[in-house]
Design a binder for this molecule. Structure first.
Ligand code: SAM
Ligand code: TMP
Ligand code: ZN
Length: 404
């Protein structure tokens, strides 16, 4: 396969077999066939970009029924409000600033910008969540961002000071079109700020469940600086974030427009020292993943044989990879509890485990709960202390299978 960034050779290093769409929750009794694709991931030997080998057509994933809500976590709400405050005090502090967010979802970040009376636009193709953003007073364009969208936005609103994207850029295979669009839309001194799961954290924690249909790229400072350079941009800042299991916030500016911070050189050097873009490192990651599968399946099978009651916590998109790769279904996990209205009453994609609201989790508490939303562990532990008091035990599988 040829690299989506540079057409170089892509070296596959992990294969998860046939997988369903991670956010396509199934209506019980619906005879409709589920869509499956081949989930495997590889490293480009030329530009170091880690990427999926098969692309799922975007309309199958991002449509009116897309269920994910940014506002589903209080930590994420605070995270986005903090970022909005910072942008307002820095990049957006000039006269009549304009900010565009790609994948604004339900408007969690942009509502803080709207409340400050600053010109903004969310570009969001998933109609249901875009409507929620609009209901919060956010100006939204229901569209996929790409080169043509950028030209249309420029014609209507003029150049942007900041384009921002959280957990969205890594969802977009066609980055050449995105980079061309940024070149069109950003004013000469403007910046593109984006944050996504960090390859370094995924490899260190063996968090293989970050790999699913929507996550097409797994960025590092090395691959992002190369991507930027190819399109006349430069990586000028990086910031490590604790959210979503470890992310990096990257800032790109036009080449020569800003002096790169020391943090960029530091992260590039750390990646080099860790041999992050070496096939051997990624093959070791794949071996740890296979070990996790074996241990998790053995544990759940033993618990079933002992008659223990096991639920899942958080019907995350990530959990689709775990459940389908491990072959875990309702015989091992009775149901998965989740706060998202559009997931409740449905079945998990491919594995067909019922999803129920959080009230079911406590009625009565199970003996064990698999924490699929492990990236929100702190927030969940803080509100679920009664589960532990009732004798319940958490099952974690990142960075390895262990009980808490
Ligand atoms: N930014 C939010 C956050 O971090 O919580 C939402 C992230 S959600 C995982 C990814 C979002 O990207 C979805 O709402 C999806 O509809 C949107 N998306 C996918 N492709 C896009 C594109 N080409 N342009 C803009 N948004 C896109
Ligand atoms: P995410 O890991 O992609 O953010 O998805 C988290 C999922 O977990 C989402 O479906 C909402 C759900 N969730 C809960 O059910 N309870 C919680 O306390 C939190 C924080 C999330
Ligand atoms: Zn490449």
């Amino acid at each position: 396969m040829a690299c989506r960034i540079c057409s170089g050779p892509v070296h596959p290093f992990a294969d998860f077999g046939s997988q369903p769409l991670s956010d396509a929750f199934v209506t019980p009794g619906d005879p409709g066939e589920e869509f499956f694709f081949h989930l495997a991931v590889g490293l480009c030997e030329s530009c170091s970009m880690v990427q999926l080998l098969e692309e799922v057509p975007r309309e199958r994933m991002f449509h009116a029924g897309y269920p994910y809500l940014s506002s589903g976590s209080s930590v994420m709400r605070e995270h986005f409000h903090g970022l909005a405050k910072r942008l307002l005090a820095t990049e957006l502090a000039g006269p009549d600033p304009f900010v565009v967010e790609l994948g604004c979802n339900d408007g969690t970040m942009l509502s803080a910008i709207a409340d400050a009376g600053v010109r903004h636009l969310g570009v969001e193709p998933s109609g249901g969540v875009a409507d929620l953003a609009a209901a919060r007073g956010v100006r939204v364009r229901k569209d996929f961002f790409e080169a043509a969208t950028a030209a249309a936005v420029l014609a209507e609103d003029g150049p942007a000071d900041v384009v921002y994207a959280a957990n969205t850029l890594c969802h977009i295979p066609y980055l050449d079109s995105i980079m061309a669009g940024l070149d069109t839309l950003l004013r000469p001194g403007g910046v593109f700020v984006f944050e996504d799961p960090y390859l370094g954290d995924i490899v260190e924690r063996a968090s293989f469940d970050q790999i699913y249909d929507e996550h097409f790229y797994f960025f590092s400072a090395t691959s992002v600086s190369g991507l930027a350079r190819r399109h006349g941009f430069e990586l000028v800042d990086v910031e490590r974030l604790a959210v979503h299991g470890g992310e990096v916030r990257y800032t790109l500016a036009r080449r020569g427009a800003r002096t790169p911070s020391a943090a960029v050189a530091e992260l590039l050097a750390a990646e080099e020292a860790a041999a992050l873009s070496e096939p051997a490192t990624l093959h070791r990651f794949a071996a740890r993943v296979a070990d996790t599968r074996e241990r998790l399946v053995r544990l759940l099978t033993d618990l079933r044989d002992q008659g223990a009651r096991v639920y899942g916590y958080g019907a995350t998109a990530k959990s689709a990879t775990v459940l389908n790769y491990c072959g875990i279904g309702p015989e091992l996990i009775t149901f998965v509890s989740d706060t998202t209205p559009a997931k409740q009453g449905r079945l998990t994609p491919g594995s067909h485990i019922p999803v129920r609201g959080p009230e079911a989790f406590a009625d009565p508490y199970p003996d064990y709960a698999v924490l699929f939303a492990w990236n929100h562990a702190e927030e969940i532990m803080a509100k679920e202390t009664a589960f532990g008091r009732a004798g319940g035990t958490w099952i974690h599988y990142v960075p390895d299978v262990h009980l808490v």
